[in-house]
Design a protein around this ligand. Structure first.
Ligand SMILES: *[C@@H]1O[C@H](CO)[C@@H](O)[C@H](O)[C@H]1NC(C)=O
Ligand SMILES: *[C@@H]1O[C@H](CO)[C@@H](O)[C@H](O)[C@H]1NC(C)=O
Ligand SMILES: *[C@@H]1O[C@H](CO)[C@@H](O)[C@H](O)[C@H]1NC(C)=O
Ligand SMILES: *[C@@H]1O[C@H](CO)[C@@H](O)[C@H](O)[C@H]1NC(C)=O
Ligand SMILES: *[C@@H]1O[C@H](CO)[C@@H](O)[C@H](O)[C@H]1NC(C)=O
Ligand SMILES: *[C@@H]1O[C@H](CO)[C@@H](O)[C@H](O)[C@H]1NC(C)=O
Ligand SMILES: *[C@@H]1O[C@H](CO)[C@@H](O)[C@H](O)[C@H]1NC(C)=O
Ligand SMILES: *[C@@H]1O[C@H](CO)[C@@H](O)[C@H](O)[C@H]1NC(C)=O
Length: 510
C-alpha cells in the first residue's frame, strides 16, 4: 500500500494534467462526497479507450478503483464505501496525465433547490452579520452552487459553476443560500460529520422548469413544440425564458444525476400561484418521484430510490389578499392531504412557514428574512424522516375528528394544542349537501368559542342549523402575524398547518 502511495505521489509530481484527463465540473478541491453505506460516484473526461485509475488516499487509507475504458470521452468509477470524515486526496491517473482533488471530506450531500426564497442569501437573512461571522467555525459544512443556466436538452455536466466547493467563509457564504446553509449547519450540529450543500436554484421559476418532460407528461403538462425559439441547445437568459418547461431540469439538475446524494430540500411554489396552480398537486409530487428515480438510476443505484425530500410550505406575500393562490399552493404542496409524509408523498418532510411573515422585508414581503425558524423546522423533519430519529416532534397539530352539531363544530386534533382565540381563522361553508364550496362567498368566519387540551369548539352560527358543509383553517395568504397563529402544538413551537375539509367529499375526519 505504501508503495502504491509513493507511486501516485511521484506521478502527481511528474505530470500535470494536460487537460484531457479531468473531473466533471462539480468535483473539486474541498468537496464533500457521499459517505458510507452509500458509495460515491466520480466521473470525468479522458482520452478515448484509456483506462483511468482513481486513488483515494489519506495518511491511513488507500483505495484504488479502475474505470472501464473511456467511452465518448467519459470515464466513471464507483468508490468502495468510505466512512464520514477526511480529509482525503483523490487522484485520477491515466497514461501520462493526472488530475487531483484535494481536501475531500465524506459526509451527507444535500441538494438545495427552488426559487428566490432558496436563492435568498446568507447576507440577506436576519442576523446575517452574526451568521457570516460564525461561518469559519463550520469548516466541515461545505457549499457549492451552480450558475443560473438553461438548456433545451438534458446536459451531462454543468454549463458553469457559480460557487466552487469551498470551506465556508464570510465572502463565500454572503452569496450562498441562507436556508441551505442554515439547514446544513443545524444538521451538522446534530450529526457531527461533514455536510455537502449543493445549491441549484433560480428566482421566479415554476416547478415545470425543474421537471423532466417525462414528469410533466404524467400531469398533462406536455411542453409544446414551439416553446423554444432559439437554435442553440443552450438558451440565453431572457426575461421569460425560465418559464420554459424542463430548461432548468436540463441544465441545473440533470448534470448531478451521476453524483451520489443523500437527500434534497426545496423552497418553491410562489411562481405557481398563478401558473398551472391547479396542477401543482400533481406536478410537485411527480417531480419529487421523478428526481428520485433519475438520481437512483444515474448513480448506478447509490442514491436511494426514495431519497428524503424536505420542503418549505409557502410563507406569506400579500397581507390583505384573500385569493392569490397561496392557500391552494400550500395545500397542493402536500398533495391535498394537509401534512407530510403521506401516502402520495412518502419520505418527505415540510416546514410550515405561513406564521413567519416579514412586513418590512427590504427584499419585498414575498421574501421573509427569518430563515432560521424555517431551517430549524426543516431540520426537525429531517431528523425524524431522513435520519429516523425517534421521538422527534416535527409536525404541527392536524385535525383528527370534526364533529358538527346544531350550531357548533368541534375540531379534535391529533396532539395537544396551544390556542389563542380568533374570530376568523376558522371558516365554515354553509351549503346544501350536494353543492360545492368553491366560491369564496359561501364561506363565513367560525369564531373559536372554547377549547381544551386537544379540542376546539367553533361557533357555526353563521350557517343555518346543521348546514355546515366544509371547514377550513388559515385559508388566506397572510392569516396571522409573526408566530401568532391561533393553533400551535402544546410546546408552541410548531404551527398547525392550514387545512380544508369537505364534509361530503368522503373525508375520513368528519
Ligand atoms: C450561465 O450563467 C451565468 C451566471 O449565472 C452567466 O453569466 C452565463 O452567461 C450563463 N451561460 C450561458 C451559456 O447562458
Ligand atoms: C474565502 O474562500 C474563498 C474560496 O476558498 C477564497 O477565495 C477567499 O479568499 C476566502 N476569503 C476570505 C475572506 O477568507
Ligand atoms: C421560452 O424561452 C424563449 C427563449 O428565451 C422565450 O422567447 C419564450 O417566451 C419562452 N417561453 C415561455 C412559455 O416562457
Ligand atoms: C388537484 O387539484 C385540483 C383543483 O384544485 C382538483 O380538481 C384535482 O382533483 C386535484 N388532483 C389531485 C390528483 O389531487
Ligand atoms: C449517468 O447519468 C446519466 C443520466 O441519467 C445516465 O444516462 C448514465 O447512464 C449515468 N451513468 C452511469 C454510469 O450510471
Ligand atoms: C437574531 O439575534 C437575536 C439576538 O441574538 C435573537 O434574539 C433573534 O431571535 C435572532 N433572529 C433570528 C431570526 O434568529
Ligand atoms: C364539543 O366540545 C365542547 C368543549 O370541549 C364539549 O363541551 C361538547 O360536548 C363537544 N360537543 C360534541 C358534539 O362533541
Ligand atoms: C342538489 O340536489 C337537489 C335535489 O336533488 C337539486 O334540486 C339541486 O339542484 C342540487 N343542487 C346542486 C347545486 O347540484
Amino acid at each position: 500500500m505504501a508503495l502504491i502511495f509513493v507511486v501516485v505521489m511521484l506521478l502527481a509530481a511528474l505530470h500535470d494534467s494536460d487537460g484531457t484527463l479531468r473531473f466533471a465540473s462539480y468535483y473539486g478541491d474541498h468537496m464533500v462526497l457521499q459517505k458510507a453505506p452509500q458509495k460515491a460516484v466520480l466521473w470525468g473526461y479522458g482520452s478515448e479507450r484509456e483506462q483511468v485509475a482513481v486513488y483515494l488516499t489519506s495518511s491511513t487509507v488507500l483505495q484504488k478503483v479502475l474505470s472501464d475504458p473511456v467511452t465518448n470521452g467519459i470515464w466513471q468509477v464507483t468508490l468502495e464505501p468510505v466512512d464520514a470524515g477526511g480529509p482525503y486526496s483523490i487522484y485520477a491517473v491515466a497514461e501520462g496525465s493526472i488530475s487531483s482533488l484535494k481536501d475531500v471530506l465524506f459526509g451527507d450531500i444535500w441538494l438545495c433547490g427552488g426559487q428566490s426564497n432558496m436563492l435568498f442569501t446568507v447576507s440577506q437573512i436576519f442576523n446575517s452579520s452574526e451568521e457570516l461571522a460564525l461561518s469559519s467555525k463550520y469548516p466541515h459544512v461545505r457549499p457549492f452552487m451552480t450558475a443560473l443556466n438553461m438548456s433545451k436538452t438534458e446536459l451531462i455536466d454543468l454549463i458553469q459553476v457559480e460557487i466552487p466547493w469551498s470551506a465556508p467563509n464570510s465572502s463565500v457564504l454572503a452569496e450562498f443560500s441562507g436556508l441551505c446553509w442554515l439547514f446544513g449547519r443545524y444538521m451538522y450540529e446534530k450529526l457531527n460529520y461533514p455536510i455537502g450543500l449543493v445549491e441549484s436554484s433560480w428566482g421566479g421559476t415554476p416547478v415545470e422548469a425543474w421537471s423532466s418532460t417525462r414528469a410533466l407528461k404524467q400531469c398533462g403538462l406536455v411542453p409544446s413544440e414551439d416553446m423554444y425559439e432559439l437554435e442553440d441547445d443552450i438558451i440565453q437568459q431572457t426575461e421569460n425564458s425560465m418559464l420554459n418547461s424542463t430548461v432548468l431540469w436540463n441544465a441545473m439538475i440533470h448534470p448531478f444525476l451521476n453524483m451520489t446524494i443523500y437527500g434534497a430540500i426545496w423552497y418553491q411554489g410562489e411562481a405557481n400561484a398563478e401558473y398551472h396552480k391547479d396542477k401543482y398537486n400533481c406536478s410537485f409530487p411527480t417531480m419529487i418521484n421523478d428526481w428520485r428515480m433519475a438520481f437512483h438510476q444515474g448513480s448506478g443505484g447509490q442514491t436511494a430510490p426514495d431519497f428524503p425530500f424536505g420542503f418549505v410550505q409557502l410563507s406569506t406575500y400579500k397581507e390583505s389578499a384573500t385569493d392569490d393562490g397561496f392557500p391552494d399552493i400550500r395545500w397542493h404542496q402536500t398533495a391535498d392531504v394537509g401534512f407530510v409524509p403521506n401516502i402520495r408523498m412518502k419520505n418527505t418532510f415540510m416546514a410550515v412557514a405561513f406564521d413567519l411573515p416579514d412586513k418590512t422585508s427590504p427584499y419585498g414581503t414575498i421574501h421573509p428574512r427569518d430563515k432560521q425558524d424555517v431551517a430549524h423546522r426543516l431540520t426537525l423533519g429531517a431528523r425524524a424522516v431522513a435520519y429516523g430519529e425517534k421521538g422527534i416532534s416535527f409536525q404541527g397539530p392536524f385535525p383528527k375528528v370534526i364533529v358538527p352539531s346544531k350550531s357548533t363544530v368541534n375540531v379534535t386534533y391529533d396532539q395537544g394544542i396551544f390556542v389563542t382565540p380568533s374570530k376568523d381563522i376558522f371558516e365554515i361553508c354553509c351549503s346544501e349537501k350536494n353543492a360545492s364550496c368553491e366560491s369564496d362567498s359561501l364561506w363565513s368566519p367560525a369564531p373559536i368559542m372554547v377549547w381544551n387540551q386537544i379540542t376546539i369548539q367553533l361557533s357555526a352560527s353563521a350557517c343555518p342549523p346543521s348546514k355546515v358543509a366544509a371547514l377550513r383553517y388559515g385559508w388566506s395568504d397572510w392569516p396571522c402575524e409573526f408566530k401568532a397563529c391561533p393553533v400551535y402544538d402544546s410546546s408552541k413551537n410548531l404551527p398547525a398547518p392550514p387545512f380544508i375539509a369537505n364534509r361530503y367529499a368522503g373525508n375520513q375526519i368528519w
